[in-house]
Design a binder for this molecule. Structure first.
Ligand code: HEC
Ligand code: HEC
Length: 365
C-alpha cells in the first residue's frame, strides 16, 4: 500500500515495473484495492467483472491524463475533467473538442461514481466503461478511433508495461482501455473529509447559518408556515446527495434538450436529467446540464421562485416548489437570508481531497 501511494509519477512507474516483472512462467499477481468507503456511505455495487486492483487503477489514471487518446494528442479526459475543478471543465459552460466543436452540455464532475447507476446528464450510458470509450470517438470531443488509440499505445513502452502489470499480458485492446478507465473513475471519492462529514464525525460543528441551511434543506416546502422548508432532500438526500434518479426539476417550459427523452424517444421522458450529487459544488460552477447558473445563489433563486409548473413531465417531487402562497406568488417563499443559509450549508460539502489526494492527480506531472 505504501508502495502504491508512492506511484504518483511516471518515473516511479518505470522503476516499479522493472522491479516487479514476474518474468516468464511466473503467475500474474495483482494487488487488490479496497475502496475506502467514507463513513455514512452505503455499500457501492462495484462491477463484479472488473475487480479493483492497484495495477489497473494506475493504468486507468495514465490513460485518463494522456492526450494520446485524442486525434491530435492535444486533449485528454482531464482537459474537460480537471481535478482542480472537481473533475469538471475549468469553469466553462460548454467544452471545446479537439477540432473546436463546442459541446451542448456542461461537463460533469467525476466523484462517487461507484454509486452511480447510469451516466451522462440524460442517463444514456449504462456503465462507466462505455462512457469512457464514448468521448474518445465522439467527433465533438477527442475525435479519435479506438483502433488508432490502440495502435498509438502499442508504440509506447510505458503502456506495454502498464497493461502487462494490470492484465498479465501486454495485449492492448479497447475493452481493457474501458475497464482500466472505469477503475480509475470508480476510486474517485468526495466524502470523508468535508466539513459536513467532520460535523457528522463530531470533530467540527456547523455555524448557526449552516445549521439553518441544513434544516431548510431537509424540510418539506412550507411557504406560508414557520419554519419554512426547501424540500431538497427528496432528490438530493442521503450521504451521496443524490437519489440517482432521472427527473425533471422544472427549468424549462420549452425544451431545447430533451434529456432522457432524446435517448428513449418517449415523450414521458422529455426534460428528464440525472439528479447530480451536491458534493463539491464549490469546485464545479456553472450548474445544471447546460451550465445556465453561474452561482449557487442563482440556483437557489431558481428553486425558490422560478420552477416552471408547465415544464413537461415535472417531477412529482417538485410539487412543493410550484404551489401558490398567501402573497399570490408561487414558490418556496424563502427569504434571502434563508437562501444564503442553504448556500452556506452546501459549501460545507466541499472535500479538498479531490485536488490533494495524489492518487487522483496527473501522473505525467
Ligand atoms: C471535450 C470535453 C470532454 C472530454 C475530452 C471528455 N469528457 Fe467526459 N464529459 C464531458 C461532457 C460535456 C459530459 C456530459 C455529457 C452528456 O451529458 O451528454 C461528460 C460526461 C462524462 C461522464 C459521466 C459522469 C456522470 O456522472 O454521469 C463520465 C464518466 C466521463 N465524462 C468520463 C470521461 C472520460 C473517461 C474521458 C476520457 C476518455 C472524458 N470523459 C473525456 C466532456 C468531456
Ligand atoms: C425532484 C427532484 C429535485 C429536487 C426536489 C431538487 N433537485 Fe436539485 N436537481 C435535480 C435535477 C434533476 C438536477 C439536474 C437538472 C438539470 O441539469 O437539468 C438538479 C440540479 C441541481 C444543482 C446543480 C448541480 C450541478 O452539478 O450542476 C443544484 C446545486 C441543486 N440541484 C440543488 C438543489 C437544492 C438546493 C434543492 C432544494 C432547494 C434541490 N436541488 C431540489 C433534482 C432535484
Amino acid at each position: 500500500m505504501i508502495f502504491f501511494k508512492r506511484l504518483i509519477s511516471v518515473t516511479w512507474l518505470f522503476i516499479a515495473y522493472s522491479c516487479g516483472d514476474p518474468g516468464p512462467n511466473k503467475p500474474h499477481l495483482t494487488t487488490p484495492y479496497i475502496l475506502p468507503i467514507p463513513p455514512g456511505f452505503p455499500q457501492p455495487a462495484l462491477p463484479s467483472d472488473n475487480e479493483l486492483t492497484e495495477e489497473s487503477i494506475i493504468l486507468g489514471r495514465l490513460l485518463f491524463y494522456d492526450p494520446i487518446l485524442s486525434l491530435d494528442s492535444s486533449q485528454s479526459c482531464s482537459s474537460c475533467h480537471n481535478p482542480s475543478f472537481g473533475f469538471t471543465d475549468n469553469g466553462n459552460k460548454y467544452s471545446t473538442g479537439v477540432d473546436g466543436s463546442v459541446s451542448f452540455r456542461n461537463s460533469m464532475p467525476l466523484h462517487d461514481l461507484a454509486w452511480g447507476k447510469q451516466f451522462a446528464w440524460d442517463g444514456g450510458m449504462p456503465s462507466l466503461r462505455e462512457q469512457a470509450l464514448e468521448p474518445i470517438q465522439n467527433p465533438t470531443e477527442m475525435k479519435e478511433s479506438v483502433v488508432n488509440v490502440v495502435e498509438k499505445l502499442k508504440r509506447q513502452p510505458l503502456y506495454e508495461q502498464a497493461f502487462n502489470a494490470a492484465y498479465g499480458d501486454s495485449e492492448i485492446n479497447p475493452d481493457k482501455i474501458g475497464l482500466a478507465l472505469e477503475q480509475f473513475m470508480l476510486i474517485i471519492l468526495s466524502g470523508g473529509s468535508s466539513k459536513f462529514d467532520n460535523v457528522n464525525a463530531g470533530i467540527e460543528s456547523f455555524t448557526a447559518e449552516e445549521q439553518l441551511g441544513v434544516q431548510l434543506f431537509n424540510a418539506e416546502a412550507n411557504p406560508d408556515g414557520s419554519p419554512k422548508g426547501a424540500d431538497c432532500f427528496h432528490c438530493h438526500g442521503g450521504a451521496l446527495f443524490t437519489n440517482n434518479t432521472i427527473v425533471n426539476n422544472g427549468l424549462d417550459s420549452i425544451l431545447t434538450d430533451l434529456g432522457k427523452g432524446g435517448i428513449t424517444n418517449l415523450e414521458v421522458d422529455n426534460g428528464k436529467f440525472k439528479v447530480p450529487s451536491l458534493r463539491n459544488l464549490a469546485y464545479t460552477p456553472p450548474y445544471m446540464h447546460d451550465g445556465r447558473f453561474q452561482t449557487l445563489e442563482e440556483v437557489l433563486e431558481f428553486y425558490n421562485s422560478n420552477v416552471l409548473s408547465n415544464s413537461p413531465n415535472l417531477a412529482p417531487g417538485m410539487t412543493g416548489f410550484v404551489q401558490s402562497h398567501s402573497s399570490g406568488e408561487q414558490g418556496l417563499n424563502l427569504s434571502l437570508s434563508e437562501r444564503q443559509a442553504i448556500v452556506a450549508f452546501l459549501n460545507t460539502l466541499t472535500d479538498t481531497r479531490i485536488e490533494t489526494d495524489t492518487l487522483y492527480q496527473n501522473p505525467f506531472k
